[in-house]
Design a protein around this ligand. Structure first.
Ligand SMILES: [Fe+2]
Ligand SMILES: [Fe+2]
Length: 164
């Protein structure tokens, strides 16, 4: 059985993951409108992943006999900057999510909730991947500066991301 504190903390993370999905979807719409279909595809796939993350937590609460409580999801931004600015925003966002996951893990430690600790190992690994992926794209976009031909090359490359 989940403690009240653990349950509330996981429910809060469900909201964070769904906001992440919403944010990536807004970015995807921005890239679609900018005719950068590779970045649009990448951010859309991220949106799907974030939704899967929320469902992992949703299932965990239910499997433990807890009660899922969905909170309101904030409106994501509508206007975004250059591809570099968007990916810098993504990188910063993922760093923030990493710190939220670590805090959640600290709660699991304090609550002596061993199943939650094991479940959160997956999220801790996932955040290493998330920061690496977005950080790599930031580095690539910085290398080419604002040169449109090169940005389009990276867009195509990023769009080839396999359905992993
Ligand atoms: Fe996530
Ligand atoms: Fe993420």
């Amino acid at each position: 059985m989940l403690s009240e504190k653990m349950q509330a903390a996981i429910n809060a993370q469900i909201q964070h993951e769904l906001y992440s999905a919403y944010l990536y979807l807004a970015m995807s719409a921005h890239f679609e409108a900018s005719n950068l279909s590779g970045f649009a595809k990448w951010t859309r796939m991220q949106a799907n992943e974030e939704q899967e993350h929320s469902m992992k937590l949703f299932d965990f609460i239910n499997d433990r006999g807890g009660r899922v409580k969905l909170e309101a999801i904030a409106q994501p931004p509508f206007e975004f900057g250059s591809p570099l600015e968007v990916f810098e925003q993504i990188y910063a966002h993922e760093q923030k999510v990493t710190s939220l996951i670590h805090k959640l893990y600290e709660t699991a430690l304090a609550e002596k909730d061993y199943p939650a600790q094991v479940m959160l190992h997956w999220f801790i690994d996932e955040q290493v991947e998330e920061e690496k992926n977005s950080g790599d794209i930031v580095a690539q976009l910085k290398m080419v500066d604002q040169h449109m031909g090169n940005i389009m090359y990276i867009d195509r490359h990023v769009g080839k991301r396999a359905e992993d």
